[in-house]
Design a binder for this molecule. Sequence first.
Ligand code: PAF
Length: 276
Amino acid sequence: MTRPLIVRTREELRAATTGTVALVPTMGALHDGHLSLMRHVRPLADTVVTSIFVNPTQFAPGEDFDTYPRTFERDVALCAEVGVDVVFAPTVDVMYPAGLDGTVRVDPGPLGRILEGEMRPTMFQGVLTVVAKLFGLVKPDIAIFGEKDYQQLTLIRLMAQELCLGVEVLGGPTVRETDGLAMSSRNAYLTEDERSLAAGISEALHAGAEAGSAGAEAVVAAAARVLQSRGITADYLVVTGPDLGEAQPGQEGRLLVAARVGEPRLLDNVAVHLGE
Ligand code: PAF
């Protein structure tokens, strides 16, 4: 098991990457969800780069930027286990040479203003801006993001296509704990009681997906019943099309939920096949 090369600048990246390059962007605090993304791209690329950068511009004032878990040495050891070649761990100055108030930002457009974008109005601008910068610095051929953050994945795909960035964006399936809870670095914030309650979110999605043949309304109703029975209030619980547009009967849709369990907000989603 070889320790990945740790690089911090564009010049060091240039020297460390050859051939087909795959990028797995992360904010660290790695878990099996991240590792599955790294395993997924390992056979597709000559060089696998994982970036670890807690991006200040995607946190609003009062959010958890300062307390976000930072576990760098452990993260590097996990990257070694799955065969990552390079860990890119830039400073804020490398990522934001004009400072955090730099004037150019990526506008996520209308899909960035619904669902999570409505709850956290500046987040997707911060995410797309930092991902565009990562693409510019790492120059990957492929980049992979988890489906757990489905709206983020959708917006990054759109950005790569619409801004002609020349990066193939892949989505990796959500990795779950044994009780179904979607893995997330923020699960670390859950108390023991909240942790057992949180499994209700994936149970609700499961119940919703089971009701798919009866149509979108039935899907939402079935999922809402489970959430209600657990005392979980959703910020949103919706069925959309796979592109986050309107759900179409007879086609695949996406059931998405965000809910606060104690302090942390948890996000999850599943594919649903919608009946006529
Ligand atoms: O999903 C994340 O961890 C972050 O939003 C990302 C894509 C690494 C950008 O900071």
